[in-house]
Write a protein that binds this ligand. Sequence first.
Ligand code: DX5
Ligand code: ZN
Length: 218
Amino acid sequence: MSKNMIVSPSLLSADFGNLAKDIDMINRSDAELLHLDVMDGVFVPNISFGFPVIKHVQRLCQKPLDVHLMIVEPQKFIPQVRDCGTRIMTVHQEACIHLNRVVQQIHDAGMLAGVALNPATPVMMLRDIICDVDLVLLMSVNPGFGGQKFIVQTLNKVRELRQLITLNGSNAQIEIDGGVNAVTGAQLAEAGADILVAGSYVFGAEDPIKTIEGLKNL
Ligand code: DX5
Ligand code: ZN
């Protein structure tokens, strides 16, 4: 049964030579969010785009921005992320020694706070912060690149995270990032995910708007 998934297309797979065209497609689609992947070449073995690009995107995009920072010391950039008009700022648990403080700082800056976990990081790492976060992003591929194969163990992590959230009365939403398509999306919906990030599946599709609609109605 459809629970109406929230879809957050990842701009990483868009046409960087013509972002305005792809953002116009997002505006016309049923996507609730736009996912933006910031990489630093240190936390992940790749570099994507930075704040000047996100600011430009924000001017064109009518959907709230869902910014996923794959960088070390993300707390240094909270003001810049906020100044891009970001709705959700997600940092990696593995990149934050003082995660509790970073989450507080994101809230103080007026944004929703997300925490991301790499595939090898157990859900239990979030036990003592689950009530303070608005979103948990589970990486279902190793971060850094689009178009990789979905790691099936993520399904167990989604179930475990759902339990942790329920048990603690947390309002955190579960977002999944990497290798999402109609097949893995349906499995994730069943396991209890709320938000699906999809890059190559959406932007590589013949009809991206229909593809987004399909993910929403899984
Ligand atoms: C990967 C990024 C993802 C990426 C997903 O490190 O965090 O958001 O764009 O790409 P797909 O959907 O192609 O796996
Ligand atoms: Zn991402």
